[in-house]
Ligand binder design. Structure first.
Ligand code: ZN
Length: 319
């Protein structure tokens, strides 16, 4: 057993997931443990070291076979220098993750933001395998974006490329404020949070909808479930989320002309109800020349995309 292996770390606010990949981006083995973010960067980075060493040992690989280690981290990063500038989830400021982990593990370490890494994972061995120009949108609490060009993440001037959730799509008079400070961002309508907000508003306005009788807090899944049963209010909310997503993708298409869009995250499990609306809106807002041959597909790797993509950071190019 001397084939090279690649380690990917998906660092979340509550859980750290680590995975081993082969050269084709197939997950060989995974391990998961608590982040213990309350212990600060020292504890968290200690945990990463422990989990990674455990994973490699459990899989009976020699440490020498590890060619590199990558980590996907939520927040604003100085990617080139491997520093987490700020991370809301982890409550970190200016943590030199690359330097610390390289010292602990004795291997080259690359970091990148979680949405970019998920996109890289999908292109390495998921829904984007074999495609050179791919844009991924992760529809979760927010809307994350990742742009892959020729098998590499496009990072932009200071690593802020691909912040696709902050494309402004909602007209001024209808827009609400986004976490970024701007009004009417895609994230305010097409994320799980946006869908829940629109549903809660409708219930509070007293609209006739089955959502009014949902016990406990509303979730995006409740809205999809109600829409599938024909609830008019829920259908309107899902159509609105899909409409603005397709519109934003039209903007992306005229700038980047990707071959394939991949939609991941919890909201993407809405199935045809979401995808039909997105495709219709995308065709409506995109010039034929920019939409020709472009397809829109669901992500394949699910929650594994972060680990796979992080492992892929070690390669100069994933194919
Ligand atoms: Zn925003």
């Amino acid at each position: 057993m001397s084939q090279p292996i690649y380690v990917g770390v998906d660092l979340g606010g509550t859980t750290i997931k680590v995975g081993l990949c082969d050269e084709q981006g197939r997950l060989i083995r995974t391990f998961e443990g608590p982040t213990e973010a309350e212990g600060g960067p020292e504890t968290v980075l200690d945990n990463i070291e422990r989990y990674v060493r455990q994973l490699v040992a459990d899989a009976s690989y020699a440490w020498e076979q590890v060619r590199g280690i990558g980590a996907g981290i939520p927040g604003f990063l100085d990617i080139a220098n491997g520093i987490v500038v700020t991370s809301g989830n982890l409550k970190w400021t200016n943590v030199p993750v690359k330097e610390i982990l390289e010292r602990k593990l004795g291997k080259t370490v690359h970091i990148n933001n979680d949405a970019n890494v998920a996109a890289l994972g999908e292109v390495w061995s998921g829904a984007g395998a074999g495609y050179d120009y791919v844009v991924c949108l992760t529809l979760g609490t927010g809307v994350g974006g990742g742009i892959i060009i020729n098998g590499k993440i496009y990072e932009g001037y200071i690593g802020m490329a691909g912040e696709l959730g902050h494309i402004q799509v909602v007209p001024d008079l209808e827009g609400v404020q986004c976490g970024c400070g701007q009004m009417g961002c895609l994230e305010t309508v097409s994320s799980a949070t946006g869908i829940i907000r629109m549903a809660t508003d409708a219930v509070e306005r007293g609209e006739r909808t089955a959502l009014a009788s949902v016990e406990g807090g509303l979730t995006a899944k409740d809205v999809f479930d109600a829409a599938k049963l024909g609830d008019e209010v829920a259908l309107r909310i899902i159509r609105r989320a899909a409409h603005y997503l397709g519109k934003a993708m039209g903007t992306i298409a005229v700038v980047l002309n990707p071959q394939r869009f991949i939609l991941g995250g919890g909201v993407s499990r809405g199935g045809d109800l979401l995808f039909d609306g997105v495709r219709e809106s995308f065709r409506k807002y995109t010039p034929e020349a920019s939409s020709r041959g472009v397809d829109i597909v669901p992500a394949l790797l699910g929650n594994d995309a972060g680990m796979v993509g992080a492992a892929g950071l070690c390669l100069k190019q994933i194919r």
